[in-house]
Write a new protein. Structure first.
Length: 610
C-alpha cells in the first residue's frame, strides 16, 4: 500500500515530528522497501509513501505538496511541462497561481495534500469519482489526515472511539459511506470534494460535478462512434505502465476491457477469472466465451468455502473500517493469481454499470415509475382503496402481484430502492438505537439521488450508484484487495473523459424500454460475443449463504462470531437467533448476506479493539 498522511498546527518538538510521521506512515506501508518522503516543521508534518510513479512530495521550504495516484492535467492546463518527474511540482505551481481552483483542471485518480506551514493553512482533495480516499479529523486546533483511518488514528492527538452512527450505517449499507467514518471524530472526503483548513476551522466544498444532458439534438450514431474511440483511448491510458492484465467476469464491462486491450496490444493478454462450483453463481461459461473470442490467456481460480473462511479474517484485518462486500474474497483470489504471474497492474471494468445503466434495478424502477402515469384521482379514489382490501397472503397470484406492485410503486424514489440488506429498528438494542439517527442511511441515499444535475430518474439513479455503490463499496473492494497482493488497478470506464461522455448520453439511450445499457451494447454489437450481450448480470458474488448452510467450518465460525457480537450491546440476541433460523429455513442467500455483514463487523471490532 502507499498513500499520504500528515497534520498541521501541532507541537514544537522536531524529534516528536519524526516519530509521529514514522508511526503514521507505517499505517500506509506494506513493504519496508517503499520510499518514504517527508517534510516537517512549524507545527506540521507531511509524508508521501510509495514509489515515484504512485506517490511523491514537493517541498521548497514555503509550500509542501504530497500527491498520491496518477493524476493528469486537462488539455487547457499549462502545468504538464513542469509536472515531471513528479506531479507535486506542477500542483505546487498551480496552487500558488490559482489557489484551490486549480483542482478544476486536474484529472485522473488521486489524493493531494497541500500545506503552507508559515500561514498554517492546508488543502486536502481527492479525485472526482472517489477512486482514492482521504480521511481527516480535527482535534482542537490540529488537522490530522491520511489515506486511511488508521494513519489518522496513529497521531497522538487523535482517538480511536467508535461512532455508533458509523456502525449503524455500516450494518444497513454494508459499508460506512462518506462523509462519515467508523470513528467518532473522523470524516472522509467524497468524490470531487476538497477541504480548506486555516485558523482552526475547515471549509468543505465540491470542486466538480457531473453534468447530465438530455441530448435532444445528438445523433446516436455519433455517440456510438465517439464511445468506441474513447474506449480505446481510456484502456490505452490505463494500461500505459508495467506488465498489465485484466479482470474477466464474463460480463459486458470486463469483456470489453479485455478485448480492447488485446486489440490494442495486437497479442494475447492475461485475463483473470474466478469460478464457483455452485449453479447460479458460476460465470465461467461466459468468461471462456470472451477468452476464446478475443484469444486471451485465461487464468481461472475456483473459490472454495475454505477460501471464504480464510477471507473473513483477511478482510477484517485489511480494511480500516468494517467492509461487508463479500465479493472481496473473489477479487483477492484473482489479484493474488495475477501477482504470482508477475502482473504489475490489472484493469477492471468497474464503473460501467453506474455510467451506462447496467444494473437491473434501472429497468425495474422504470416499471414502477409508470404507475405515476395513471391519473392521480383514479389511483387515490379507486385503485389504491381496492388494493388495500386485498389480504397480504392472498393465494390468488395475479392479485398478490398487483398488490405488491402498487405498494412498491406508491413509495417515491429513491426510498423505493432502499437496500434489501438493511435491518429494521427491531434488530438493535434500544440503548444503542438511542445514540443514532435512524434516518441517516436513507438520507445519504436521498442526498446522492437528488444531488444529480438532472431531473430524470435514470440519471439520478446512476448518480446515486456512482456516489455510494461505486465509491464506497466497489472501488474500496477492488483497491484494497489489489493493494494487499501488491498489484495496481486502473478503471478505464472511470476515466474522467469517459465519465463526462456518459453525461452526454440521453437517458432514453441508456435504458430504452426495459433494455439496459442500450447505447453501450449497440455500439459494441460487432465487437462483443452475442452471448455476452444478452446475458443477465452476475459479477463476482460469492455463494456465502448457501455455503454457510452446507459447510460446518463456516457455520461454526459464523455462530461464534455472532455469539460474540451479541455481547456488545449493538444487535439484540433474539434478533440474531431469528436471523440464524431464517437463514436455515426461509432464504439462505438473503439472510446469508445479513449474517456476513454482522460477522465481519464482529471480526473487525476484534481486530481493532485495544
Amino acid at each position: 500500500m502507499s498513500g499520504i498522511c500528515g497534520w498541521i498546527n501541532w507541537g514544537d518538538n522536531h524529534g516528536e515530528y519524526s516519530r509521529v510521521l514514522s508511526e503514521m506512515a507505517g499505517c500506509l506501508s506494506t513493504s519496508k522497501s517503499e520510499a518514504v518522503r517527508r517534510a516537517c516543521g512549524n507545527g506540521s508534518g507531511l509524508v508521501a509513501v510509495g514509489d515515484q510513479k504512485s506517490s511523491d512530495l514537493y517541498s521548497d521550504g514555503k509550500l509542501w505538496v504530497a500527491c498520491h495516484g496518477s493524476p493528469y492535467w486537462d488539455s487547457s492546463s499549462r502545468y504538464e511541462a513542469i509536472s515531471r518527474p513528479g506531479m507535486s511540482t506542477g500542483i505546487a505551481k498551480a496552487y500558488l497561481e490559482q489557489g484551490p481552483t486549480f483542482l478544476e483542471h486536474l484529472k485522473g485518480a488521486f489524493s493531494v495534500a497541500i500545506i503552507d506551514p508559515e500561514s498554517r493553512t492546508a488543502l486536502l482533495a481527492i479525485d472526482r469519482i472517489g477512486i482514492h480516499t482521504l480521511c481527516y479529523g480535527i482535534y482542537g486546533d490540529t488537522l490530522v489526515f491520511g489515506t486511511n483511518c488508521f494513519a489518522v488514528r496513529a497521531h497522538p492527538r487523535a482517538d480511536d472511539e467508535f461512532d455508533p452512527q458509523g456502525i449503524f450505517n455500516y450494518v444497513n449499507l454494508s459499508a460506512v459511506p462518506a462523509p462519515r467514518t467508523i470513528y467518532l471524530r473522523q470524516k472522509k472526503l467524497q468524490g470531487a470534494q476538497c477541504v480548506l483548513f486555516g485558523s482552526g476551522k475547515t471549509k468543505e466544498h465540491f470542486y466538480w460535478a457531473l453534468d447530465y444532458y438530455d441530448g435532444a439534438s445528438v445523433k446516436i450514431e455519433d455517440l456510438e462512434d465517439e464511445f468506441r474511440q474513447l474506449t480505446r483511448k481510456t484502456v490505452r491510458r490505463a494500461a500505459s505502465n508495467g506488465k498489465v492484465g485484466a479482470f474477466l467476469s464474463g460480463g459486458t464491462d470486463s469483456s470489453t476491457v479485455c478485448g480492447t486491450l488485446a486489440e490494442i496490444r495486437g497479442e494475447p493478454i492475461d485475463a483473470y477469472s474466478i469460478g464457483f462450483d455452485m449453479p447460479g453463481y458460476d460465470e465461467m461459461e461466459y468468461a471462456r466465451i470472451a477468452a476464446h473470442h478475443f484469444n486471451l490467456r485465461h487464468h481461472v481460480y475456483y473459490v472454495t468455502p475454505q477460501d471464504v473462511l480464510e477471507g473473513i479474517s483477511l478482510i477484517a484485518a485489511a480494511y480500516d473500517e468494517p467492509f461487508g462486500n463479500e465479493s472481496a474474497v473473489g477479487v483477492h483470489c484473482c489479484a493474488r493469481a495475477a501477482r504470482e504471474d508477475g502482473m504489475e497492474t490489472l484493469l477492471a471494468g468497474d464503473g460501467g454499470d453506474e455510467i451506462f445503466a447496467g444494473n437491473p434495478w434501472y429497468a425495474k424502477q422504470k416499471l414502477f415509475e409508470a404507475y405515476q402515469l395513471v391519473p392521480e384521482l383514479m389511483r387515490q379514489r379507486l385503485l389504491e382503496p381496492l388494493i388495500a382490501r386485498v389480504p397480504t397472503q392472498t393465494r390468488l397470484f395475479p392479485l398478490r402481484k398487483l398488490k405488491s406492485y402498487v405498494d412498491q410503486a406508491k413509495v417515491p424514489l429513491p426510498d423505493r430502492i432502499w437496500s434489501p440488506t438493511s435491518l429494521g429498528e427491531e434488530a438493535f438494542e434500544p440503548d444503542f438505537l438511542s445514540k443514532v439517527v435512524i434516518q441517516e442511511p436513507i438520507e445519504l441515499i436521498r442526498e446522492a439521488y437528488f444531488g444529480a444535475r438532472s431531473n430524470h430518474p435514470v440519471d439520478r439513479m446512476l448518480h446515486l450508484d456512482l456516489k455510494i455503490i461505486s465509491a464506497d463499496s466497489d472501488l474500496r473492494k477492488v483497491n484494497r484487495m489489489c493493494e494487499l497482493t501488491g498489484v495496481g488497478v486502473n478503471y478505464p470506464f472511470l476515466d474522467d473523459e469517459m465519465i463526462e461522455f456518459s453525461g452526454r448520453i440521453p437517458p432514453k439511450w441508456k435504458v430504452k424500454g426495459f433494455n439496459l445499457r442500450y447505447l453501450f451494447k449497440k455500439a459494441l454489437r460487432d465487437f462483443l460475443p452475442r452471448e455476452i450481450l444478452v446475458k443477465k448480470k452476475q459479477g463476482f458474488g460469492v455463494p456465502f449463504g448457501l455455503w454457510l448452510a452446507q459447510d460446518n467450518s463456516l457455520k461454526a465460525f459464523a455462530r461464534e462470531s455472532l455469539s460474540s457480537l451479541e455481547t456488545r450491546g449493538i444487535i439484540r440476541p433474539d434478533y440474531v437467533e431469528a436471523l440464524r433460523h431464517r437463514h436455515e429455513t426461509v432464504h439462505s442467500k438473503h439472510y446469508g448476506v445479513l449474517i456476513w455483514n454482522l460477522m465481519i463487523l464482529e471480526q473487525w471490532i476484534q481486530q481493532n479493539t485495544k
